[in-house]
Design a binder for this molecule. Structure first.
Ligand SMILES: NC(=O)c1ccc[n+]([C@@H]2O[C@H](COP(=O)([O-])OP(=O)(O)OC[C@H]3O[C@@H](n4cnc5c(N)ncnc54)[C@H](OP(=O)(O)O)[C@@H]3O)[C@@H](O)[C@H]2O)c1
Length: 405
């Protein structure tokens, strides 16, 4: 039997789960792959001198880079530094790298792919988007023959959990966030990466870059989070047979250009996205051959995410092929502007009804609940809608606006 040793750098929630899931599924993997995948080294800044596997813990990245037995390094530290420098060192030492780090891939993916190709090794990152839901392997494997024209997704489990609780239990944003923190879904110190949509932005950047073959610059992705979504917005959405979900979406054009955005949207009860609850993720691909493909699964969590990392390890250990960079940074990145017109679901104080009916093309309005009403507004580009709501604001009136998905 072939033996293959990996190293884990960053032994937190996900890194420790990789060791654990190799223990749980080790026999099964040996039988299926004919390869004995073992953890040969671990690196973390915390003290693990009492850990049952304490003999595996090393002192620095150089101990891993210089260890000829290690063929593949799993990076689960997170953030840009030192993860970026560590990964570069490992690639240059001709070690395959697997990472769950969306921030790093969405920022430095293009150059790291070139580094990997130059050294004849792979840089894989299935766990970085969708957690356990097999999103990237679906794009690069099962859908490889397709042009992917549109991607839509619920890509962040924390915000989906919060919106689900607000919808089903009538909680305020603050109450639902508090519950997400208590259940370990949101970072207690700083939940902003999830709440403000940054995490979903990085993920849609990665997916759009794969689909188009060109880097989707994070600066070109307009992003709105969910902190301004109120319980009355969700109640009014419910009365209009829908809900509000944080949707990341992208359109990819034939010329390789693309647009992407992240924002809370009104989703009708008839759409499958409305049924994605709690911390689950769902991604929908619209393709030129396969038509519509949906991938659904646990967007985060220790063992589910570790399974995605193991699938990358198996791919590398058994296929021995070096893959081409999935996208490249183009010379000049251009910001595309969508001229599409959309419908909008909006809510405001009932007292602004007359003014809003004068300013907007209102298709329908709801009953008043707690002094607020909702409107269905028809046929505006995102830019037009932004200008009009700013106009309203400058007159001292507010309106919450959600694009109809
Ligand atoms: N959690 C999830 O469900 C999930 C799902 C998908 C993807 N991911 C991604 O997986 C990665 C890891 O997430 P996680 O939740 O496992 O994070 P985590 O629990 O914070 O684990 C990171 C570990 O790395 C250690 N570390 C920090 N700096 C280090 C250094 N210089 N050298 C070695 N170790 C270092 C940390 O120690 P300290 O605690 O002392 O800093 C911690 O033990 C992130 O990129 C995240 O986005 C996570």
């Amino acid at each position: 039997m072939v033996s293959a040793k990996i190293a884990i750098i960053g032994f937190g929630k996900i890194g420790s789960a990789v060791l654990e899931s190799l223990e749980i599924n080790g026999d099964y993997l040996r039988e299926r792959t004919g390869t004995n995948i073992e953890v040969g080294a671990i690196l973390d800044i915390r003290d693990f001198s009492d850990h049952p596997k304490k003999h595996l813990f090393l002192n620095g990245i150089d101990d891993i880079v210089e260890n000829a037995e290690i063929f593949c390094v799993v990076e689960t530290i997170g953030g840009i530094e030192p993860a970026y420098s560590f990964i570069k060192k490992c690639l240059n030492a001709k070690k395959h790298v697997i990472t769950a780090n969306k921030e790093l891939i969405a920022t430095h993916g293009s150059e790291l792919f070139i580094e990997a190709e130059k050294n004849g090794v792979n840089l894989m990152f299935e766990a970085s988007v969708g957690g356990a839901a097999p999103v990237i392997n679906t794009m690069t494997g099962a859908l490889a023959a397709n042009k992917i024209e549109k991607i839509e997704g619920i890509l962040n489990g924390t915000t989906n959990f919060i919106l689900t609780r607000m919808y089903s239990e009538g909680l305020s944003f603050e109450e639902a966030l508090d519950e997400a923190v208590k259940r370990g879904y949101a970072e207690p110190q700083d939940p902003s990466e999830d709440i403000d949509g940054l995490d979903a932005k990085r993920k849609i950047s990665i997916l759009t870059s794969i689909a188009s073959g060109h880097y989707m610059n994070l600066d070109f992705i307009p992003t709105k989070g969910i902190s301004k979504v109120t319980k009355s917005d969700l109640l009014l959405a419910k009365m209009s047979n829908g809900t509000i979900k944080l949707i990341a979406s992208a359109e990819i054009y034939d010329n390789g250009g693309s647009v992407a955005s992240v924002s809370p949207m009104f989703v009708s009860n008839e759409d499958e996205f409305s049924k994605v609850s709690d911390s689950y993720n769902m991604i929908r691909f619209s393709c030129n051959l396969a038509d519509r493909i949906e991938v659904f699964g646990r967007g985060a969590g220790r063992l589910p995410t570790s399974g995605a990392i193991l699938s990358d390890i198996i791919e590398i250990a058994t296929k021995k092929q070096t893959r081409k960079p999935l996208w490249r940074r183009s010379g000049v990145e251009k910001k595309a502007i969508s001229t599409k017109k959309y419908d909008y679901f909006a809510t405001s104080s009932s007292s602004y009804k007359e003014k809003i009916s004068e300013m907007f093309r209102v298709v329908s309005t709801s009953e008043s609940v707690d002094g607020r009403i909702s409107y269905l507004l028809s046929g505006y580009t995102e830019h037009e809608m932004e200008e009009l709501t700013l106009c309203l604001l400058s007159d001292g009136m507010e309106m919450s606006v959600y694009r109809v998905f």
